[in-house]
Design a protein around this ligand. Structure first.
Ligand SMILES: Cc1ncc(COP(=O)(O)O)c(C=O)c1O
Length: 384
């Protein structure tokens, strides 16, 4: 049976990983500055993670959400402590899209309304409401298009005010740092006004932290760079270091009812063991400090390279914008220098999303390779 061919693939076959490196089936080493779409947070095959997941799977990998699972309670407690989101409640699921789907559903339950406001270039996943709130018509099927969504420009506070005052908006969903769209950010003033408008109009303010959460931005959550208190915070990518796990943090003012949300696999024992190991390593290794320091180091070097026209993002969620499309550049970095980087819907942007354990020596390796590739006239001639 052939695989359903939906992914354009690089011709590399990683079979193992260690820290910020992966190794292919020929034994070649690759520097991973992409973390498999920002998923690898504490590094590939971290020994504490391997130990925790192996121990758990040898005891009990799964049981459904019909029994007591103290690992979920422990994960919720650790997450509350590390994130500083006091008194929020945790609902666990399996992916980023599912987290946003549940966030939007909960917002609709809570307010009794159904329209969503989202933003240009935003990406929230591929399930029904999440994809409808995503600004990409190519991935919205007719069945998704029946959702009521209004897409506005980031920083268009007049537009947000006009839409919310119509009274039918259940949620505003926002990435505080856009991922797939290309690392754009709204201003603090914008986010704070959106938050106030949500409060005034019985609209839930949803922070999509699927990519920007878990210390990647230099704070536990990217919204914490601004003065807002989201009603719902969705999380996933860095949470399990590759184990599929997602969740939503739910403000104490939103009350749970039996059956309101649910999942078979979400919050299973193995997922919780992975999630707990990640939080333990983030704390023990003080990865937030590493993110801040490595980000500063990376940006300082990037600023010295004239071909880089703009540096976007925060922490270790960074984008380098050129005045040419970066497809060839990425290929050269992978095939000639064995370095993984990412692309974005902005074709001129190179995305950098390394494991949060990255060190100066890895950043130096990247810039040496980048400078070498940029010296290649073919890429410069490929300006568009
Ligand atoms: C901000 C954001 N939200 C949601 C998603 C969807 O997550 P998943 O692919 O786990 O469904 C992504 C994935 O890239 C994302 O970047």
């Amino acid at each position: 049976m052939p695989l359903f061919n939906v992914y354009p693939l690089y011709d590399v076959t990683p079979v193992s990983g260690k820290g910020v490196y992966v190794y292919d089936d020929q034994g070649a080493e690759y520097l991973d500055l992409y973390g498999g779409h920002a998923v690898i947070s504490i590094g590939h095959a971290h020994p504490k993670y391997v130990e925790a997941v192996s121990n758990q799977v040898s005891k009990l990998g799964f049981y459904s959400n019909a029994i007591q699972n103290p690992l979920q309670v422990k994960l919720a407690d650790r997450l509350e402590k590390l994130s500083g989101c006091k008194d929020y409640q945790l609902f666990l699921c399996n992916s980023g899209a599912e987290a946003n789907e549940n966030a939007l559903k909960l917002a609709s339950f809570k307010t009794g309304k159904s329209r969503v406001v989202a933003f240009k270039n935003g990406f929230h996943g591929r399930t029904s409401a999440a994809v409808a709130a995503t600004d990409n018509p190519n991935i919205i099927a007719p069945i998704n298009a029946q959702q009521e969504v209004t897409i506005l420009d980031l920083n268009d506070i007049t537009g947000v005010k006009a839409e919310l005052e119509k009274g039918d908006v259940c949620a505003v969903i926002v990435e505080f740092i856009q991922g797939v769209g290309g690392l754009d950010q709204g201003t603090s003033d914008f986010f704070e006004q959106v938050y106030a408008l949500c409060k005034a109009n019985n609209t839930m303010f949803i922070a999509d932290e699927v990519q920007s959460g878990y210390v990647r931005s230099g704070k536990f959550f990217a919204f914490q760079h601004h003065n807002v208190t989201p009603d719902i915070i969705s999380i996933a990518k860095g949470m399990g270091n590759g184990f599929p796990i997602g969740g939503i943090l739910i403000h104490p003012e939103i009350e749970a009812k039996f059956g309101m949300l649910g999942t078979t696999f979400g919050g299973n024992h193995l997922a919780c063991a992975a999630g707990l190991a990640v939080l333990n390593v983030i704390e023990e290794k003080q990865l937030m400090n590493n993110v801040i320091n490595m980000s500063e180091y990376f940006i300082k070097i990037a600023q010295t390279i004239p071909q880089i026209k703009k540096i976007k993002g925060r922490g270790l969620m960074l984008g380098l914008e050129f005045d040419f499309e970066v497809g060839d550049l990425r290929k050269k970095l992978i095939y000639e220098h064995h370095i993984f980087t990412g692309g974005a819907s902005n074709k001129k942007l190179l995305r950098i999303l390394p494991p949060l354990t990255v060190r100066k020596e890895h950043i130096n390796m990247f810039f040496e390779a980048l400078i070498g590739v940029l010296a290649n006239s073919e890429i410069v001639e490929a300006k568009v």
